[in-house]
Design a protein around this ligand. Structure first.
Ligand code: APR
Ligand code: PHB
Length: 392
């Protein structure tokens, strides 16, 4: 048995767990991260790529801005394509803010490099991870690593182990209330060796279904098509994907750059919130507590917002013996989380084709888009939520 002790035991090395370890380290609070997968796996997991204004600022103010500012790109606005008409939403003009396009796996790489350099321990490839005694002030984590059993004693356990992790499932039976919505569609996403066909994103509402044009670099495009939630990839040979993208993204003066597709996958879409996010000394953050559909690019951002709140609460507790912010962690997070759930649900409802919609629902969707895109109040609403609400 390997036995260790730290102040904060963090389960999961996704953006939530890694950023929490980073923020705690900045304030001199020791933590250890316990992760089920390998470093290579977590550093190459393909996810979304938009950082809200304040999340990018947090990266910069905590010493993680250099690669983001050189490899990532600043987006001052975005585009909505409805009925073949392109509407530009100018975030900068509407809110004074912008977003950064920088892949989630790059954020993960930056965090891991910085933590390891600072000497923060990340226990990759830990199996049979379990959390214990969090109803007391002496919680601990057990795991198996390289065939040997390990135990980590700590003061607080942070459950940052994603939607399928063990921490939420370890809450006392009956404590959690779940709020859940599954959507009757998914996104088929590709990465392709093709220069982006537009300098900013295009969210397209088309009668065949939603499409999104995004990018990763001057040579790599990221594109999505609304599909069935369990769409078999065999239905979508590369030629069919390009043809359908060209149809859904078509508008005056636009031509779609195509190229070799080197990654293809389907993601189902759901909205989910678990309440409360804490029990005793076990606190959840990120996907472990809530999921959003990807339409507003909020998954990573909401995970970072949780751990920014959690880090402050832990600092108050560990450095000033003030348990108040920790005791209110759930309610502080949930207020912001429900705003993000509402925005992601709303964007999803507004932009997708719903097969169960009757003619009235379809007209409501059109009227909503008409208002949002053509009124200045509507545009501000969209822009303010997209660039991100304040982190606290
Ligand atoms: N023990 C240890 N680690 C675990 C366990 C476990 N039992 N179960 C899961 N994990 C790890 C996963 O391997 C993963 O690396 O926890 C990590 C959780 O990371 P994410 O799923 O990335 O979740 P989070 O950090 O909350 O980030 C949210 O990720 O899913 C996207 O769209 C979402 O962008 C958002 C972001
Ligand atoms: C992405 O680039 O992967 C992306 C961008 C915006 C979204 C979702 C995904 O809303």
């Amino acid at each position: 048995m390997t036995a260790g002790r730290t102040r904060i035991g963090i389960i999961g090395a996704g953006p939530a767990g890694l950023m929490l370890a980073h923020l705690l380290h900045q304030n001199g609070i020791e933590s250890v991260v316990v992760e089920a997968r390998s470093r290579e796996y977590v550093e190459n997991r393909i996810r979304a790529g938009i950082l809200e204004y304040e999340v990018a600022e947090l990266m910069r103010s905590t010493g993680l801005g250099a690669r983001m500012d050189s490899v990532g790109s600043r987006h001052d606005g975005t585009n909505f394509l409805v009925n073949g008409q392109l509407h530009h939403i100018d975030f900068h003009e509407l809110t004074g803010k912008h977003v950064m396009l920088y892949s989630q796996h790059e954020v993960v790489r930056d965090l891991i490099a910085s933590l390891l350099e600072a000497g923060v321990e990340i226990l990759f490839e830990a199996t049979e991870v379990a959390v214990h005694d969090f109803a007391t002030d002496k919680p601990y984590v057990t795991y198996v690593r390289g065939g040997a059993a390990g135990r980590l004693d700590c003061e607080i356990i942070a459950g940052c182990d994603g939607f399928h992790g063990t921490c939420r499932q370890s809450f006392p039976a009956g404590l959690i209330v779940e709020y859940d919505r599954e959507y009757p569609f998914g996104w088929l996403g590709i990465l392709a060796e093709a220069p982006p066909s537009k300098d900013e994103l295009i969210y397209a509402n088309h009668k065949n279904g939603f499409a999104l044009l995004s990018m990763r670099s001057p040579t790599i495009s990221r594109l999505y098509l609304q599909s069935a939630p369990d769409e078999p990839l065999e239905n979508w040979p590369d030629d069919r994907i390009w043809e359908e993208l060209a149809v859904r993204l078509a508008h005056d003066g636009f031509s779609l750059n195509t190229g070799k597709i080197f990654q293809k996958g389907v993601t189902a879409m759901r909205s989910y919130v678990a309440e409360p996010m804490q029990t005793g000394r076990l606190l959840l953050a990120g996907d472990a507590a809530h999921i959003v559909p990807p339409t507003g690019a909020k998954g990573l951002n909401s995970a970072i917002a949780d751990v920014a709140i959690m880090a402050r609460a832990i600092e108050a507790f560990c450095l000033r013996h003030d348990a108040e912010p920790l005791n209110h962690y759930t309610e502080t997070c949930l207020r912001r989380i429900w705003q993000i759930e509402r925005f992601s649900w709303w964007m999803t409802s507004m932009m997708h084709k719903f097969d169960n919609h009757g003619p009235f629902d379809a007209r409501m969707q059109t009227a909503e888009l008409d208002y949002i895109l053509n009124s200045s109040a509507g545009q501000v609403t969209l822009a303010e939520n997209y660039v991100g609400l304040p982190l606290h």
